[in-house]
Design a protein around this ligand. Structure first.
Ligand SMILES: [Zn+2]
Length: 265
């Protein structure tokens, strides 16, 4: 029997009153070598495919989320969000995807595990336990600018008749303002898109710091989600680069972790 690694993932406090598993993976417990050490879940790096597959197997065993249930995004830092169901189970890991590139997934089906990939980019776990709908979004800075969380909530409303007041959001481990330093060009894009969010920006000399979590909160509030329904686990992946995969923490060379979210019966 493989040794149990209790720190291969952290539970995400979704409090959704449903039978769900919501987790975020750490670097620990996998078989990949540096610089992808250890639990790299990204098939699109120079890490060997067999290692990544084995890492998924280990994570599946540890979380109890079967690989046959997983649906993996093909992320492009855009704003598209796809609705998936049990017909998509296993896609991106055990078989080819039949859905488009996207940075977010939504489902109302049980035993469909949504999987998004992260190495600093913000994971947003969305749920409506009234309608039994869950969503997961990969919101890097480009997708945050394009208001991907707003798209996801819009689909929950339009496709599943979710009400804003029933929707909750939890923001998982990601780069926080302490470490998200950008140049003037990126700051200006954010300022143009969110001119009212002056509290989300600060500067030191010609460098700017942007609070992506704050901006995502603003996007969700604009969709009518209650402030008390939005929670940040408040873990910065760059500050904790030994524990979580971090693109910036690895100076651009890093493995990738994953967010997983599944309802089960
Ligand atoms: Zn930080």
């Amino acid at each position: 029997m493989r040794k149990y690694f209790p720190d291969m993932w952290i539970p995400i406090p979704v409090n959704d009153n449903m039978k769900t598993k919501a987790i975020f993976s750490t670097r620990h417990g996998g078989v990949s070598n540096a610089p992808y050490n250890w639990l790299n879940l990204n098939f699109n790096r120079d890490d060997c495919q067999e290692n990544v597959r084995e890492n998924f197997r280990i994570l599946s065993e540890s979380t109890g989320i079967p690989m046959e249930c997983m649906v993996l995004t093909k992320q492009v830092h855009g704003s598209k969000v796809c609705v998936v169901d049990k017909r998509h189970a296993g896609m991106g890991i055990l078989r080819q995807r039949t859905f488009d590139e996207c940075d977010g997934l939504i489902t109302s089906d049980k035993n469909v595990a949504l999987v998004t990939f992260h190495a600093d980019c913000v994971p947003v776990y969305l749920y409506d336990s009234n309608k039994e709908v869950i969503g997961l979004v990969h919101s890097g800075w480009r997708s945050t600018l394009q208001k991907i969380s707003s798209n996801a909530v819009g689909i929950m409303k339009d496709t599943f008749d979710c009400k804003s007041e029933d929707i909750f959001a939890v923001i998982g481990p990601c780069i926080h303002k302490c470490c998200f330093e950008v140049g003037t060009e990126v700051y200006e894009k954010f300022f143009d898109a969110f001119p009212e969010c002056t509290g989300s920006f600060s500067n030191k000399g010609d460098k700017w710091y942007i609070d992506l979590v704050d901006i995502i909160k603003k996007t969700l509030l604009d969709e009518g989600i209650r402030n008390s329904h939005i929670r940040d686990v408040n873990r910065c992946t760059v500050c904790e680069k030994e524990y979580f995969f971090s693109h910036r923490g690895g100076k651009g060379v890093s493995g990738t972790g994953a967010a997983l979210y599944m309802m089960y019966e």
